[in-house]
Design a protein around this ligand. Structure first.
Ligand code: MG
Length: 346
């Protein structure tokens, strides 16, 4: 018996009847021989961890643009915090931890530089719009490995695609996520738990809000700070879901209401507030001008991206390139392209 088969056997023994099993995966985009060491989802997790888009997350905005302060979250640390919360939940509900981790590590790979500012610009400039969760799937399916993609399993791909909920409900409603594994649904919740807690923490750090500004219900039910807040949400989800035999993900109305309140508060006081901030507007300008230059200037396109595609595919190629940039790459390229360089010879 190979190590993979032994691990698959242990999964079958340990996991809840509602968990996804590596040995019963719906398969990869293109069939390939299985690894002798790692079950399918563990293998996918590793492919994501080693891909270039994952490494670029360290220089992409979470909320605060290209922060100089070392303690602010970036997309990378956001992703790691989502993964930590999701794995705690998965282990507690005896769901597949490898699948959960793979989805969590991959969920934000499609984010643009400058966070929401970049996403808004690309959504406006592309004929079919731009949504980061579609781009995350595109990164793993098409863009990574010089256009070959990572050839992940259906469960990981669907989990990545379905992670976003915008301002909608946290828990799936009316069969909205039917077909998505409980592990995928778990990551979607862990994403919210992570960002409402750490964006509050960063906003206090950045002086945008004070801890005392948090709505009363948030402080009372979730707690005043990140560690208590996460602990409360995690325990609530575990206890409520275990009460259903682990068949569904459930949270108490009280904790959900406090989460909604905190999210609304963040939109009002932090996200929407930053959107009218001068730097958000400047970042939008950087993305817009790089996009337009790459569309209009063949030489610039070839030097940056590679051979020119057919005219009808160009906007997509430019969007893929721009979306893949880190904040600092976009700023450097902008500076080199649009700003005069001082004459340096004496
Ligand atoms: Mg996220």
């Amino acid at each position: 018996m190979s190590l993979r088969q032994e691990l698959e056997r242990r999964e079958n023994e340990w996991l809840s009847p509602h968990a996804a099993r590596s040995s019963q995966s719906r398969g990869r985009l293109r069939p390939e021989p299985e690894c002798s060491l790692r079950p399918a989802f563990q293998h996918d997790r590793d492919r994501i961890l080693y891909c270039k888009a994952f490494r670029r997350l360290k220089h992409k905005t979470q909320v605060f643009l290209a922060p100089t302060g070392d303690h602010y979250r970036t997309r990378l640390t956001h992703t790691l915090e989502v993964s930590q919360i999701a794995r705690t939940l998965a282990r507690g509900l005896r769901l597949n931890e490898d699948l959960t981790e793979a989805i969590a590590l991959g969920h934000d790979l499609g984010h643009t530089p400058f966070g929401h500012a970049g996403e808004k610009v690309l959504d406006r400039l592309l004929p079919d719009g731009f949504r980061h969760w579609e781009q995350s799937l595109r990164v793993v399916d098409v863009l990574e490995k010089d256009g070959q993609g990572l050839n992940l399993t259906e469960e990981v791909r669907l989990g990545i695609y379905s992670h976003s909920k915008g301002r909608g409900a946290f828990l799936p409603e009316n069969g909205e996520m039917s077909g998505v594994s409980l592990e995928g649904q778990l990551v979607r919740l862990a994403d919210v738990m992570a960002y409402i807690a750490h964006d509050t923490d960063d906003a206090v750090r950045g002086g945008v809000i004070a801890e005392g500004d948090l709505p009363e219900v948030v402080r009372r039910v979730l707690g005043p700070r990140l560690s208590r807040q996460i602990d409360t949400m995690v325990r609530d989800l575990l206890a409520q879901s275990q009460a259903t035999g682990g068949e569904r993900l459930v949270m108490s109305p009280e904790v959900q209401e406090a989460m909604w309140t905190l999210r609304d508060f963040l939109y009002q006081r932090v996200y929407d507030n930053l959107e009218v901030h001068g730097d958000f507007i400047k970042a939008s300008k950087v993305i817009t001008e790089l996009f337009e230059r790459l569309m209009a200037d063949d030489e610039f396109f070839s030097a940056q991206v590679g051979p020119l595609p057919e005219a009808r595919d160009r906007a997509r190629a430019v969007a893929d390139y721009v979306a893949g940039m880190t904040d600092r790459y976009a700023l450097t390229l902008y500076e080199q392209t649009f700003l005069p360089r001082p004459w340096a010879r004496f």
